[in-house]
Design a protein around this ligand. Sequence first.
Ligand code: HEC
Length: 254
Amino acid sequence: MRIFGTRLRYGVVACVLFGAALAGIANDEASRASLIRLLPGGDQAGSVDEQVSAITSVAESYGDKAVAYRLWKISQLSPEAAVREAALASLKALPAELLPEGVELAAETAGGGGAVGGAIDPAKMARGKEVYMRPAICFSCHQPNGMGLPGAFPPLAGSEWLDGDTDRLIKIVLKGLIGPIEVSGQSYNSAMAPLESLLKDEEIADVLTYVRNSWGNEGPEVLPDQVAAVRQAVKDQAGMFQVDALLKEHPLQP
Ligand code: HEC
């Protein structure tokens, strides 16, 4: 009897602990899910104040990599400046090793406000992401995280090709690119097909602005007029750009 009693007691304790653990997991999931809802495309439930307090409490209670990643996305993409700022502030309070790969937070922005990536309109970033994620437009090759695939597709995250000359980038997207290329110290030799007939000027401006300001990249916004001018200038060119020819016209920054 005594043994049974002891077992029973252990059983009850185990059940209670197990139940508590399950409840904990459920809470955890619900809280994380509440962050996803704050992203563009989520229902963004609640007032700005409610969104800010959800961000703060989830970040404080469940600061891990998944939460850090969502905070980073919110800090870039939420349409509400106050929500972006709250996400950024919470992100800065987390240990640096939780930050998504490639992301570095500028140390200075105290009081500066706004998302990392400067004054770029979050709506434009969201449109650019939508273009990026269309099948066969960018992500299928360069990957959703911009890291490319070793040996096959070069990365856009951290690529020196995104620095400086905007016309070079626009030309790549309009006409494609072929031949041996080096990106971030790695060699590739493949081809990217032209996208000029699939994307409008504004879509190219949006997607290049998104790429230049995602995954830790920071760069100037691209405007539809810039795309229109380059499209006009290269309209008679048949075929893709050769890497060496393009570099002669548009050298990489030293
Ligand atoms: C079919 C696969 C594919 C698609 C789709 C694609 N690319 Fe590429 N991209 C490549 C390949 C392959 C290269 C390297 C070409 C070479 O070897 O010369 C490249 C090179 C680049 C480069 C220069 C190198 C670098 O990594 O920075 C940029 C910038 C770029 N692509 C941006 C884009 C953008 C923006 C889109 C969408 C609008 C896109 N690409 C769509 C395959 C693709």
